[in-house]
Write a protein that binds this ligand. Sequence first.
Ligand code: PMP
Length: 429
Amino acid sequence: PVPGARSRTRLLAQRRVRLSAASSLAYDSPLYIRRGEGTWLFDEHDAAYLDCVNNVAHVGHCHPRVVEAASAQLATLNTNTRYLHEGILAYAERLCATLPEPLSVVFLVCSGSEANELALRIARAHTGGREVVVVDGAYHGNTSTLIDISPYKLRGPGGHAPPPWVHVLDTPDPYSGRHGDDGPAYAAPIIAAAHAARVRGEQLAAFICEPVMACAGQVVPAPGFLEAAYGHARAAGAVCIADEVQVGFGRVGDAMWAFEAEGVVPDILTLGKPIANGHPVGAVVTTPALAASFANGMEYFNTFGGNPVSCAVASAVLEVIADEGLVANARETGAWLRAALRELDDPGVGEVRGRGLFLGVELVADPETKAPDARRARAIVEYARGRHVLLSTDGPARNVVKIKPPMCFGPVEARILVTTLAAALRATS
Ligand code: PMP
């Protein structure tokens, strides 16, 4: 081991005593990662692993400009947000410059969960309603309220039935969804949900959805789904929240924001994970009208949200995305990768899908029935880990191999990934 490294066995034993068993680790044989650079991670022996699944280290692990921005600001000032500071305004300006009107008012928070919590509060303040429409398979965060609107968790071990104020739509999955690629058909039940709420003397507050669904299994929604859903939700007096905690900041390749590819503009956009390359930041961007409804006299205070260090780091991330052409890279490398994966000849590969550098490979036991093959998906991920290529599984049945690398993932890395996946398919067939 390199100097300073501990024994892996000892770290595991210590975790078992000091950390909750609910906090899980990846892989049968968990990794001890000690440093990162670009798309690579290094273990206690300084052996390299290709990171194909870390959408938090958006511009690459330990990007020098991000490290420099954080260090310089940390050495100058970090405090709560009750003072005037140019950093938060510079960031808000820069972020809004990437967004269409009327998305122009920014709240900075510390995580994706906080962003979605705040989005719900804004939606409820604006509409006077309480009820929420979500999509099956979705995950929106770890707080009590967000677990209630996350069927991904509710339907799993330790879950419970959605509360009466939560309306769950079928996943608009063109591959295995009930209505095939008929997007508007998945959205139609919003009309009945709005009616059911009214009958109880309630009202819909929000429709929340990721423009590409991550935990639901890297699903690009059936064409026309979001447009129809936004139409029904708005007709019922609700607002539309786009959760881009996973898919924002150019990951989809065609555009900076995934909603742009769907022809919609949300009333509230929530951001997290990649926003500051691993530094804990989240954001809510909304319209002046919604922001005005939320400013009802109750002060909104967030101790750490929007602190000078967070803003310096988040600004550096936006600069690097632009200066290094990372959106174009996600488009080009992603297109090559998707095409190469589609050439993998294996009846167990039900579908290769996604946008940009946000891809999924769905494993099925039988291409006719599309029965999920979680065992094989897991075996593929473990095989790849053994060859130092890091992936994960997702989807409600955990049968989708998930690909969402740092955005500097290039042609060399893409070839390594495809070769490894081809070998993994042969080894597990
Ligand atoms: N929304 C989505 C779509 C997510 O994937 C996640 C995290 N996996 C969250 C919200 C919650 O973000 P955080 O873990 O930063 O609270």
